[in-house]
Design a protein around this ligand. Sequence first.
Ligand code: GLY
Length: 299
Amino acid sequence: MPIRLIVHGGAWSIPDEMDAAHLNGVQKALETVYPALQAGISALQAVEQAVNILEEDPTFDAGRGAFLNDQGEIELDAIIMDGRDLSFGAVAAVQNLLHPVSLAQQVMVKTDHSMLVGKGAQAFARAIGMEELDPTVLLTERELAYYHQIKEDPNFKSHHPFEPLPSDTVGAVAMDKDGNLAAATSTGGTPRKMAGRVGDSPIIGAGAYADNQTGAVSTTGWGESIMKVLLAKTVCDRMEHTNAEEAARFGVQVLREKGKGYGGLIGVNAQGDYSFAYNTEKMAWGWVDTRGTIQARIK
Ligand code: GLY
């Protein structure tokens, strides 16, 4: 089977001055992980590693650089899914961790459960020896300034679709040499979200889905609307009946028409065809094309 790797660094109206940072982040994830995928790591390992790189990068709303909630704190959500057997791990509202997607992976492989939230997830992270960081390690000056700017604004809403948001969710989808698919998504959620708010990203079928029989998808955008239409699963199901590009367009159409929402997605179908679509002003994403060349886009 062909190997495939596609990543995204979020949707919305990314300010022009942040375009280069988004492209660099996407490029770095692809150029670091694709050789490992060629060398034989699994699709599951590839999506975790790619998302880890994006979580480390303060450009994105994931790990370091995440938005602050209404209490001025960072709460992170993530999911990872294995297309071989539909197993997945997810975490929500976790704090002081750089790599929530790796905690999600550990939930998948080390517990009888699929999703842990809040203090239970935190206790599990401690129990498996995951490093808990001082909250300031994840905090950027950009997000602190943005929090103070919007904190008392009575007109602020988490999602003004076409107002610039400095950053958004990250995700990755991969197919390995054995034809296995995997998807992962990680986010800090929405700016000034209520403490405890959980968006689409860690919700199976909304933030990500992977099924070797159909395809794998990671989504980004307005979580409350993405959850309504289970965007990732909707696109994967469609991939069984039509080509990858049309399936992605269909998903965004459903998001807009039924979910009244905004967002975007990346995917790979069971045949190894890439897809992407979005109805926000911009999305940052990149893939390694069939010649092995990295393509990074923001538009
Ligand atoms: N899509 C990220 C969120 O709404 O939390």
